[in-house]
Design a protein around this ligand. Structure first.
Ligand code: 3EB
Length: 347
């Protein structure tokens, strides 16, 4: 495995002679929020968006702390597996796991006056502690939401910068050295909590970087103590599915923001970035993902709610009509970004 960054070219996912005995299964169903899960398989976790969504009893149930905007199909995501799941707690982390898979959730109070660096460090120390405790050591995907993302923070330019530093410190303190960085989303919320939820496994995924974008961990002129340690995408083969977890993706080409003050052009550039990433995953790692047909959902984070009138027609033009999408109000980690997207591909 590469020490950091994009994984070395490997045999095609799925071509390995791994028996299904050793290969766990993870599938995701996206359903209208009132419908019950259509599978008899154990539910690892369910995710809810918007206020009307209901919790699913008997598994980890997570409600995203961001406001849903018009143009969303309200939906729930059920992450299901083949083996029985158990629920547990590690510090403030609530998790659901099977022997090979873990979905976790941590929420810590985070007021405007909170020592944010300390809160973020605690969250990630507990996450890595939880992973070591359960032997699902490989973080595949994280979602991170907290208030005041661009607020100056204890000598650092922003809480985002402090978050990157705290994440790295916790990683080092936990002895994580040769890890594939997870795919990640980091978005500013309007709630007084740091919310992190995450997927981990006992086997690593494959990191995929975007040829159109500088790898975030190699961005120039960032504080060497606070690099954004995430992969553009993580590819993971389960026994029956291939998943491609696409990180929060914005209108950044190379390392520079494009289309300042033009939300429509930013969205189109972000969609171009995701499509390029899928093509690159296929070319380099042998996945056979269709950028349209295998898109399970797209999430769109919007800084200014009034921009949805420009965003929805572009989504209608570029995504299949049946693809669930959800628009959430959130702030990006650069002042000049107006929109950011993330995707989950399942084949
Ligand atoms: C970017 O491309 C936009 O710090 O984990 C997107 C996804 C962004 C994840 C992170 C940051 C992170 O740099 C910002």
């Amino acid at each position: 495995m590469a020490d950091k960054g994009e994984s070395a070219a490997v045999e095609a996912p799925g071509s390995k002679a791994s028996s299904s005995r050793t290969m766990p299964e993870l599938g995701v169903s996206v359903l209208e929020h009132t419908a019950p899960p259509s599978t008899s398989h154990p539910v690892l976790a369910s995710l809810h968006f918007g206020n009307g969504a209901r919790a699913h009893p008997g598994s980890l149930s997570i409600r995203t702390c961001l406001e849903m905007l018009p143009g969303s199909n309200p939906f729930m995501q059920y992450w299901h597996t083949h083996s029985e799941t158990v629920q547990g707690r590690y510090g403030h982390v609530c998790y659901s796991c099977s022997p090979h898979l873990l979905f976790g959730h941590v929420q810590l109070p985070c007021t405007p006056s909170a020592d944010f660096s300390q809160v973020a460090r605690q969250a990630y120390l507990e996450i890595y502690g939880c992973l070591q405790d359960t032997a699902c050591r490989h973080l595949l995907r994280t979602w991170n939401y907290f208030p005041g993302i661009m607020l100056p923070c204890a000598g650092r330019p922003s809480r985002y910068d402090a978050f990157c530093s705290a994440r790295k410190q916790a990683m080092q303190a936990s002895g994580i050295t040769n890890s594939v960085y997870p795919a990640a989303t980091v978005i500013g919320s309007r709630r007084d909590t740091l919310q992190v939820y995450f997927l981990a496994s006992d086997t690593p995924g494959t990191a995929v970087e975007n040829p159109r974008q500088t790898s975030a961990y190699d961005y120039p002129v960032v504080d060497p103590h606070a690099p954004p340690l995430f992969s553009r995408g993580v590819l993971k083969t389960w026994s029956r599915h291939t998943h491609f977890y696409v990180s929060g993706t914005a209108s950044i080409v190379g390392h520079e923001t494009r289309h300042v003050d033009n939300v429509g052009a930013q969205l189109n550039e972000s969609l171009n970035n995701v499509e390029t990433l899928v093509v690159h995953a296929n070319d380099r790692y042998g996945s056979r993902l269709n950028a349209q047909d295998d898109l399970l959902y797209m999430k769109v984070y919007v800084r200014h709610p009034h921009d949805v009138s420009q965003i929805n027609p572009i989504l209608a033009a570029r995504l299949p009509g049946s693809t669930p999408r959800i628009l959430l109000r959130g702030d990006m980690c650069r002042d000049d970004l107006l929109v950011e997207i993330e995707a989950l591909y399942q084949a």
